[in-house]
Ligand binder design. Structure first.
Ligand code: FE2
Ligand code: FE2
Length: 298
């Protein structure tokens, strides 16, 4: 029996041409605790600035290698638009890191480990041309599809996270997160469509989901512990599962229930990313995002 499921039907009306948007964010007025009175939830979200620059550059590196395998012109155009958007995301999150360092929280010890993970462990490896090289490329393409399930999930969450506004979150940080989140929602089908086009093997999809999910949980808990323990304004800063569960209940992080439900969603054989999130909501945000329209929210 084949492991390749029938291609799920995307929501066709949602297709739009993808293009990177130039953005500009001014960080000088953003405090270390940009989410007032909740350093834990703020640092949970700050982990994005640690993981995304290296992670999204890795997406770009892998996708440039897969371009010759694409036999559909529209998908090729989508992948090229995706590459442009992810390169911009990586650069925008990278720009936050020197600001954190100025505020006394040097992220370099952690980002050095993340760089090693993406460049060495998940890099090209010295494989001979042929089956082994193609196998490793397809593994990584499938891993990116699984990670993009979560970037779209987080993008949809942050676009709707009104509690962050109610708590008085810094407008520039919120705009960075929502501009990025909106583009993740906008291009949420590309990684999955690409994987289905070049491979689509269900066992690979499930296996790489398990790898990506475990790696994200591992990196995230390490990242938030790093921030809490090195935050110069906290005495005995600690990160705990209890804080995480409470933040989810309060709406300043995604809820545990929503995260658990996202697992069977991705593993369903009828899954397609276009079934989740709203392209209309994403493009509406992008039309008014201060950072994506010539200036910082601050
Ligand atoms: Fe991104
Ligand atoms: Fe993405």
């Amino acid at each position: 029996m084949s492991n390749t499921p029938p291609a799920p039907a995307p929501v066709a009306s949602e297709h739009i041409d993808l293009k990177p948007r130039n953005v500009s964010f001014g960080w000088e007025d953003t405090p270390l605790h940009w989410l007032p009175r909740d350093p834990f939830a703020g640092h949970m979200i700050n982990v994005l600035h640690l993981l995304l620059p290296a992670g999204e550059r890795w997406f770009v590196h892998v996708y440039k290698q897969v371009l010759p395998y694409i036999e559909d012109e529209r998908l090729r155009a989508d992948v090229i638009g995706f590459i442009g958007q992810e390169a911009m995301h990586a650069a925008a999150h990278d720009d936050v890191l020197p600001h954190l360092k100025r505020l006394g929280l040097d992220p370099t010890p952690y980002t050095a480990q993340v760089d090693w993970l993406f460049e060495k462990l998940l890099g090209d490896r010295t494989l001979p041309p042929g089956r082994a090289r193609r196998w490793w490329l397809m593994e990584r393409v499938a891993m990116i599809a699984a990670i993009e399930h979560y970037t779209a999930f987080l993008g949809d969450w942050v676009l709707n996270a009104d509690e962050l506004d109610r708590r008085g979150a810094d407008p520039t940080m919120l705009d960075l997160l929502r501009w990025h989140g909106a583009e993740e929602v906008e291009h949420r089908s590309v990684a999955f469509d690409l994987f289905m086009h070049v491979d689509g093997n269900y066992r690979r999809r499930a296996r790489t989901w398990a790898t990506a999910f475990s790696a994200l949980v591992f990196l995230w808990q390490r990242g938030v512990r790093f921030f809490m323990e090195n935050d110069p304004s906290l005495v005995n800063g600690r990160a705990s599962l209890g804080q995480f569960l409470r933040a989810g209940q309060q709406g300043v992080l995604p809820s545990t229930g929503a995260m658990l439900r996202s697992i069977p969603t991705y593993l369903s054989r009828t899954y397609h990313p276009s079934q989740e999130g709203s392209t209309a909501q994403a493009t509406a945000y992008l039309a008014t995002s201060p950072g994506a329209n010539g200036g910082s929210a601050a």
